[in-house]
Ligand binder design. Structure first.
Ligand code: ZN
Ligand code: ZN
Length: 405
């Protein structure tokens, strides 16, 4: 890199500020705060940003939720011109995380603090494919497999997604006009491919802001503004949340949904396979970057222009006309359960199991990767699972891809 600029934020300082400073001072943003990003973003040589989070999910617990939300809204609104750079992939950006004591204690409350931190390091390395010994090629394979899932979803030419779970979730998400599924890696304006989230397991798409209906139950606690929302649900009618509740911090959920006029609509729907290492770890991270990659999720607030064909060259008004939501927030919340059934309804009205379509695409890509290494015959070990459903779909996909069993 040419110049490396390090910015440091600290949970304790943030808490002191949020608690003791006046709201009018906290919301009075200074021009340099935005310029310090734009000066680099507008540089002809471009820039990359790497955000390394190490947050205590409850760093701001007990503080006035309304004040926190208003301060964060003012901040986000002021910083929106910079946010558009990342949301449109105009620059290369990446979000990753390392353990912090408060966070590790929340994930492993039964361990002494040192051990908890150590264990969180190991876990992060495991689920981020670092401990494979060859993370670069592990990630190349992972990107290839995720792209195969993304391409399969795009081939289906879906009109909407219908999600149901035993917990009562029954949600229909219509997709925006010219919506495209994305996943794994992105391409910046300068043509360089980059991975925006480490880890990332999802393929995601743009919902139509007016075509979301039904009820959905959260399946993991959600850390928002340094506090946890747990046991939540929302009901949508024509894209808008018309009813909501939570067992813990219901008022905070209400704050989130009323951040601005479009915070009560969604801007993302994402599918995550059960094979995700984060899901298989069985650990609840209390951190969206990880938890959103363990379960299917939706995001309240703005959608990504890159989820609309040609979208990054369009104005927000043109994107709105396609059904892409816009808001100061983009908050991913987890809604996938082990029994969640995801059905896609094509533009022609045909129903397709997305669980199966994804598994088939994975099988095919495995076959392609194996053939690259001149492997043509394999033994299929179903590892005690019934040869049925997704397991069969992986095998079918691999056979179609030319592998012999
Ligand atoms: Zn997502
Ligand atoms: Zn998201």
């Amino acid at each position: 890199a040419k110049t490396v600029v390090v910015r440091w934020e600290d949970d304790k300082l943030t808490r002191l500020n949020m608690e003791l400073a006046d709201e009018k001072d906290l919301t009075a943003m200074k021009p340099y705060e935005l310029r310090s990003y734009l000066d680099y973003a507008e540089d002809p040589d471009g820039c990359c940003t790497l955000a390394i989070h190490a947050e205590d999910p409850e760093a701001l617990a007990g503080l006035d939720a309304g004040k926190l939300n208003r301060v964060n809204l003012a901040r986000r609104t002021f910083m929106k011109p910079w946010q558009e750079y990342t949301m449109n992939d105009r620059v290369q950006w990446c979000v990753a995380a390392v353990p912090a004591p408060g966070w590790a204690a929340k994930v492993f409350p039964e361990l002494p603090l040192d051990e908890a931190v150590e264990k969180l390091w190991t876990l992060i390395f495991d689920v981020c494919r670092v401990s494979t010994g060859d993370p670069v090629s592990a990630w190349q394979k992972h990107v290839a497999v995720t792209k195969a899932r993304r391409d399969r979803m795009n081939e289906l030419n879906l009109d909407r997604i219908h999600m149901t779970s035993g917990n009562g979730t029954d949600l229909t998400v219509g997709l925006a006009e010219d919506a495209t599924w994305e996943g794994a890696s992105s391409k910046a304006e300068n043509g360089i491919e980059f991975i925006a989230n480490v880890p990332t397991e999802e393929v995601f798409c743009a919902p139509h802001r007016e075509r979301v209906n039904g009820i959905v139950y959260g399946t993991k606690p959600y850390a928002y503004n340094g506090q946890l929302i747990e046991g939540w649900h929302v009901t949508f009618k024509d894209g808008v949340v018309v009813e909501h509740g939570a067992e813990k911090n219901a008022a905070l959920l209400a704050e989130l949904l009323s951040t601005d006029e479009n915070a009560n609509r969604i801007g993302e729907i994402a599918l995550v396979p059960a094979s995700s290492p984060i899901n298989r770890s069985g650990v609840l991270f209390f951190n969206t970057l990880f938890d959103e990659n363990a379960a299917c999720h939706i995001a309240f607030g703005a959608g990504y222009p890159t989820n609309i064909k040609g979208g990054s060259a369009m104005t927000r008004e043109a994107l709105l006309a396609k059904g892409l939501n816009n808001s100061a927030i983009h908050e991913d919340v987890m809604i996938g359960a082990p029994d969640t059934h995801v059905v896609g309804i094509t533009k022609g009205g045909e129903k397709v199991s997305c669980n199966k379509a994804g598994a088939e695409a994975v099988g095919k890509e495995i076959a392609r990767l194996a053939k690259e290494k001149s492997i043509e015959k394999v033994v299929f070990d179903r590892n005690g699972y019934l040869y049925h459903g997704k397991i069969k779909a992986v095998a079918d996909g691999a056979r179609e891809g030319g592998l012999e069993f």
